[in-house]
Write a protein that binds this ligand. Structure first.
Ligand code: NAP
Length: 269
């Protein structure tokens, strides 16, 4: 059972969810609103944001603001800075991501750059923007979303996986820098999740591992439960077991080949 008063004292008054319009981000927004946090919801599709914001305000009596904005733009963090400069941001959840699936050279280089901008450049700038005040207050939280594909090179999503590795290493370093200063940093390293985007990517099979996909609810609940407890969390028991085997028992070369086989099965038609 979550102690809402304690949660708000640590992460209030406002939370920002970047990538909130659907899937895991919308689930984060719902769970945070249910704990009484006022929310700034960011994504590109204004209509989805408007409807989510209105539902959450009615259902949980929290304040909400929406910001329809493309997080791959180099000035995205500046727009967020302007829209939030009078608000006390206690929690940043960076959930948005772009994944250019397919053989590396078959995607325009702009797609690879867009992955870097959406998944690494903008979250880095947002952390820089909000962390200073959090540290001055001696409380706050930063939660980044990463992927099991980031624990090793992952063929056919090489740049995506590399940006997600950036998130893991960045979060771990900042967790160590700030853990005794009241600011909790966490990276959630997720396996496959049944989100609209994942389903739309039409994965065909998972390399003979069976269906290991989990639901957004499970990701969000395990991630928020882990916030304040350590630098990273892997939601789902099967994901924890398979990642343990791949990271600690198999030679790295073999995990890269194994991942490649899974991803070829899923995405190379
Ligand atoms: N789903 C999975 O299987 C899986 C597995 C491992 C890790 N993850 C990670 O979990 C997170 C969420 O995954 P998901 O499948 O729910 O993601 P998603 O569909 O790619 O995006 C989630 C949210 O981000 C927003 N978004 C994406 N690009 C944006 C941009 N350029 N500017 C503004 N908003 C943007 C989307 O809204 P708009 O389209 O309205 O902008 C949506 O609300 C990601 O960080 C992903 O890497 C997912």
């Amino acid at each position: 059972m979550v102690d809402k008063t304690e949660f708000l004292a640590r992460y209030g008054k406002w939370g920002i969810v970047a990538g909130a319009s659907e899937g895991i981000g919308a689930t984060y927004a719902e769970e945070l609103a249910s704990r009484g946090l006022n929310l700034i919801l960011v994504a590109r599709r204004a209509e989805l944001l408007r409807s989510l914001a209105s539902n959450l305000s009615t259902k949980y009596s929290v304040e909400t603001k929406i910001l329809a904005l493309d997080l791959s733009r180099s000035d995205a963090f500046e727009q967020i800075a302007q829209s939030t400069n009078d608000l006390e941001i206690g929690l940043l959840v960076y959930n948005a991501a772009f994944s250019a699936i397919g053989p590396f050279l078959e995607r325009p280089v702009d797609d690879h750059i867009k992955e870097i901008n959406t998944n690494a450049f903008t979250p880095l700038n947002l952390i820089y923007l909000f962390a200073e005040n959090m540290l001055a207050r001696g409380r706050g939280g930063i939660l980044l979303m990463s992927s099991l594909s980031a624990f090793q090179g992952s063929a056919y999503i090489s740049t995506y996986a590399a940006t997600k590795a950036f998130n893991i290493v960045l979060a771990e370093g900042l967790w160590e820098e700030w853990r005794e200063r009241g600011v909790d940093v966490l990276v959630c390293v997720s396996g496959a999740v049944k989100t609209p985007n994942y389903v739309a990517s039409e994965p065909e099979q998972t390399g003979g591992l069976g269906d290991m996909t989990i639901n957004p609810d499970q990701v969000v609940s395990e991630a928020l439960n882990a916030l304040g407890k350590g630098p990273y969390v892997i939601p789902g028991r099967m994901n924890r077991i398979s990642s343990f085997v791949m990271r600690h028992l198999l030679p790295r070369k073999m995990t890269v080949k194994f991942m490649g086989r899974i991803l070829r099965g899923m995405y190379v038609k």
